[in-house]
Design a protein around this ligand. Sequence first.
Ligand SMILES: [Zn+2]
Length: 635
Amino acid sequence: METDYEKIGLKVGLEVHQQLDTSAKLFCNCRPELFKEEPEITFLRRLRPTQSELGQIDPAAYFEFQKGVKILYEANTATSCLVEMDEEPPHPLNMEAVEIALTAALMMKAKPVDEIHVMRKTVIDGSNTTGFQRTCVIALNGALRVGEKIVPIEHVSLEEDAARKMGEEEGNMIRYRIDRLGIPLIEIATAPVINSPKEAGEIALAIGTILRATGKVKRGLGTIRQDINISIPNGALIEIKGVQELELISLVVEYEVQRQLNLIKISEELKKSGVKEEEIIEEFFDVSDVLKQTKCKVIRKALDKNQQVLAVKLPRFKGFLERELLPNFRLGTEMADRARFWGRVGGIFHTDELPAYGITAEEIEELKKVVKAKEQGAIVFVADTPENARNALKAVVERASEAIKGVPEETRAANLDGTTRYMRPRPGAARMYPETDIPPTKITEDFLKEISSRLPELPEQKLERLMKEYKLNQKLAKQVLDSEYCELFETIVKESGVSPTTVAAFLTETLKALKRDGVQVEHVSEKQIREIFKYVSTEELAKEAMPDVVGWLSKHEDKTIQEAINSICLKILSKDELEKVVENIVENNKELVEERGMEAFGPIMSRVMKEVRGKANAALVSEIIKNKLKQVLLS
Ligand SMILES: [Zn+2]
């Protein structure tokens, strides 16, 4: 059934974060790049929020802090200096980044501020070494036309990217790499005026196209991250962080609406059942004895380690935990997410999904007796250390009371399949205070005039030009424009002389299809793609073999096109070699040729191509076959 989003009253706002392609970081001269090698430098810090921050901080960060979590920072000297380590004050604002941000801002008709004030925003999850993120507004109140709609752009800002988390927490230590810390990010925030999943996707794409038109943004996975704010009446405002794929945005919005509608329905039914929030209480039962003979491996393992099985009852929740909010995603999933986050447990067991996992019906009956659960109640239990198990069940109880109320406000993180997971409670308004180490930067009239005088062409102008200059049809021109390869397209056409339509189709449709098939296209550099087209233009590589070459290169980084060609035996066949192949196949199909004359061309062609695909130009093959057939038939 079609969902009527207008009737639902959906409101979506986007925050697009994109790394800029500058020669240095935002507040120092380090190279804005990530490194793959082992770190040259490591240092250990503790999360240590100051007293004044404690009132404002994110409960999740405070929780980490209480746990005494330590952070191991990793760095190398090419990509980090004393600034990233917070041992030296930040240098003045990188004006190259300001210029790019102003360019994008002016293209979206935003009004630049007179003076840039760098602010500190409290963030104490360990993703920076200072306890805050530096951010500054560059322009305000823009407008972007997308189709028939004018989308208000609330602000265009510059901020420093955060350190990147390496792997999962080990013991009570988190590893962060500070190479990414300080890479300039542009942030563009729309007003919450988006009313459907499809529109959210289109607007994110339009913003991305403007950013790429500046020619100064980074490319590839992880360089663009979109946060999405979603709300519906009677639901909640949910912030979803870190959607990295543009294609996922509409699905994420669609799923979130579905999730909230189902949570609202569950809340109504729970209320109707007569359950009261006061009945959902933190009363935990040690049920280790009930399960001491269990065949369930997870519980067995925990008990062998002298851990505990703790249980809690949720009156009248029977059946609700297994209710699907999304395909394969249940209210029980949300409780498990919370338990994992706050209790660091592997997961939870609940009676809606039992008997299963080696837990028997008899054990469940016994469990019910011990916790004195009523017929309509559900039981949730966890096997872990007493402390973790208690924290996990507390989180389950909290989530259960929220289920009675409706949709809890929270910050969620995007998964790769479009679903989301609990990330943390929604923090209060971000606490900002001035960065006293950096003086305000004036944006002068002259500077603005200079930037305005050389603004890149707007996407709609570029579309027109692509169609006219390269004779692309509208669909293909739009695909090129929307892809991240628009500039590359023009470069390749100019330097290789390969037909624009071929280049465009390859950069859009072929690469997309490869990606869908799981090929990591982002491992193949632009330089390599340009090189591939040079081989095509000199006929050293057949057009048809390009996908195979890309596939091979994606798995063999730092190798050359020639190595790819050699390794997958794609060396193009000479005319002589081709003639031999054709002669053989015609010889083997003598009867067919005698019987059908020139009409044997089709079947012969397909048999030859089967043998030489990727190693020969189809037009040349066709010519050789025609000549050969004529020769045979005339003799
Ligand atoms: Zn630095």
